[in-house]
Design a protein. Structure first.
Lengths: 311, 97
């Protein structure tokens, strides 16, 4: 048990099996045997040897992975792996010590009860056997991705260095921006604050954030800046379109309600009942149910949002 | 490559006659089987090793009848490619096919 035999041992075993064999001949044969397998692996799809098994190369598609240590995403390149599917005969020989064991049907949730094999449902056990055979036939030897990385490392090192520099620059710029912003708020804060308090309380803290998020529109319209007409909790079954119809006279203008509340509505199709909706005071230059041009602009926005959230 | 083609290729490589090659291939396969059946492993330098692996017992449920079976443990032959072979496989250009 647990001996590790090498090629000379294999030669010895072969010599034991058959008489009248020349040791040198067997040695050259054994070497030829394995070199042929190796060569054929690269030239053909598979190598099948009766009573032993089938060797074949299988392609592993490229896939994305994440470096566990740094969290950086990288791609594992497409590569090949060697699979060996042992022949049924070899499997039977290998499993000799456990040959006598058979699948046991369990009666209860807990207690495994040994049953006579005659009582077993024959077709089902067969099925089971096939299933387990299928499972055990594929033994895949994968190339370690770590080793793969090693190989590609020298090529990508330069690129990595460039990336690193770019990152550092980016981080420094970001830090500078943050410091600048903080400094600005600290120094100019007292001046701005009163103007904010004059405005409607609810919208004020939200506004700057939303401004950044708004995608470029033909006319810069940000309802988040508008004065509040009313704040209503959304009732069950109600939608933004109904609110728009109620307050603005046209369903299409729901987009502006959404834009005003974008900070706490992720998806306008799925708003939790009871969410407080701020209805901005309509700006007649933007919201007017009687102006077909304004309705058209709103419709454009609507189609844009529909496409964005219907995914 | 089928078994027949394989024996032919080995014959050409080793320059033995056809009958002897077929006989030796059988003997070699049987030897590998014998090594594994005794719980040993066979290591061919540069190529790989044939080993035995134990698969533990497990529960299996027949989905159609709901019957539960205890699948016994089993020993399974496994081939692990050696470093040499592994490196060669790794160097195959994955775009060529």
């Amino acid at each position: 048990m647990n001996n590790r035999f090498l090629l000379p041992d294999l030669v010895r075993f072969i010599l034991d099996t058959t008489e009248d064999l020349d040791k040198k001949e067997v040695e050259t044969f054994v070497r030829a045997y394995f070199t042929v397998i190796e060569k054929a692996l690269f030239e053909e799809d598979f190598v099948k040897i009766n009573n032993l098994g089938k060797f074949s190369l299988q392609k592993v598609e490229a896939r994305k992975s994440i470096n566990v240590n740094t969290g950086e995403a990288f791609e594992i390149k497409a590569h090949y792996k060697l699979t060996f599917v042992p022949d049924v005969k070899l499997r039977e020989i290998a499993n000799k010590p456990f040959e006598h064991l058979e699948a046991i049907e369990l009666e209860n949730e807990q207690e495994p009860i040994k049953k006579e094999t005659i009582n077993l449902n024959k077709p089902t056990t067969k099925e089971d056997n096939i299933m387990e055979k299928k499972e055990k036939t594929v033994f895949v030897v994968t190339d370690k991705p770590a080793a793969n990385e090693k190989k590609t490392a020298p090529e990508t090192q330069k690129a990595k260095k460039g990336k690193l520099v770019a990152w550092i620059v980016f981080v420094v710029v970001m830090c500078a921006l943050i410091v600048f912003a903080l400094w600005k708020t600290v120094f100019t804060g007292p001046e701005i604050e009163p103007t904010i308090t004059e405005e409607v309380v609810e919208s004020a803290p939200v506004a700057p954030v939303v401004e950044e998020v708004t995608p470029p529109a033909p006319k810069v319209v940000d309802p988040a800046d508008w004065e509040t007409l009313k704040v209503v909790p959304l009732q069950k079954g109600k939608r933004l379109t109904l609110l728009a119809l109620e307050y603005y006279g046209n369903k299409v203008f729901w987009v502006y309600i959404y834009e005003a509340n974008r900070s706490h509505i992720k998806n306008p199709n799925k708003i939790l009942a009871g969410t407080k909706i701020r209805i901005p005071k309509p700006d007649p230059a933007v919201i007017n149910a009687k102006d077909p041009e304004l309705v058209r602009i709103a419709k454009e926005k609507e189609t844009k949002y529909r496409a964005q959230f219907s995914k | 490559m089928t078994n027949k083609e394989f024996i032919r290729a080995v014959q050409l490589e080793s320059k033995l006659d056809k009958q002897k090659t077929a006989l030796l291939v059988e003997a070699l396969n049987a030897s590998i089987g014998k090594v594994l059946s005794e719980g040993d492993s066979l290591n061919i330098w540069g190529f790989g090793s044939f080993e035995l692996k134990k698969r533990g017992e497990r529960l299996s449920v027949n989905p159609s009848t709901g019957k539960r079976f205890m699948i016994p443990p089993k020993l399974v032959p496994v081939f692990r490619p050696g470093t040499n072979l592994k490196n060669k496989i790794k160097q195959i250009d994955s775009d060529e096919q």
